[in-house]
Design a binder for this molecule. Structure first.
Ligand code: CA
Ligand code: CA
Ligand code: CA
Ligand code: CA
Length: 182
């Protein structure tokens, strides 16, 4: 539609340039341009997670072991981003990651809980098999109370990780986490 009567229709309208994804522009994952205008180019755009043009991004070397039914532990989340986009998430995650290694051999219902007073907007991702952007199974986001939880039915043959993502690259917060297993 030519909403403002200037003879130019829809996505050619100037206002639409600021909302390119709403106007149907999608990210081309290998042309070196930010096609949908959201500030993320090619593989850095969450739309491209899992695209054949984008190799899997792997977890950083720093991992914390999280065992079943231990008292809550305090761990600082900060530092640089190793993964910016996950196959199970449709948002870009440029903040640093806190990686919890849960190992293999977990079976039956498992529940992870994380809390941080200042953690509003953070995300947590359940990853299985290999700690990589393409092996993401579930995502959850923290509300204003900074609380998150993920529950799943664990397969003892698979190795699991929980990755907590800060909302922005400049933040560093302490997270308290627990893993409840049968
Ligand atoms: Ca983009
Ligand atoms: Ca592009
Ligand atoms: Ca996008
Ligand atoms: Ca990240």
């Amino acid at each position: 539609m030519d909403n403002d009567g200037d003879g130019v229709t829809d996505c050619a309208e100037v206002w639409c340039k600021a909302n390119m994804s709403e106007c149907g522009f999608t990210e081309d994952c290998s042309d070196g341009l930010d096609n949908d205008g959201d500030g993320y180019e090619d593989c850095a755009d969450a739309e491209c997670a899992g695209d054949t043009a984008c190799p899997a991004q792997a977890c950083g070397p720093q991992q914390h072991v999280l065992a079943c039914n231990e008292p809550p532990t305090d761990v600082l989340l900060g530092g640089s981003s190793h993964i910016d986009a996950y196959s199970c998430s449709d948002v870009e995650l440029p903040g640093g990651e806190l990686v919890f290694s849960l190992g293999s051999g977990l079976s039956g219902p498992v529940a992870w809980e994380g809390t941080s007073e200042l953690g509003a907007g953070a995300r947590a991702l359940l990853i299985a098999g290999e700690c990589a952007s393409t092996a993401c199974q579930q995502e959850t986001a923290a509300g204003f109370d900074g609380q998150m939880s993920i529950a799943w039915e664990a397969d003892p043959a698979l190795e699991y990780w929980i990755v907590v993502e800060n909302a922005s690259p400049w933040e560093a917060f302490v997270w308290q986490t627990t893993l409840s297993c049968l």
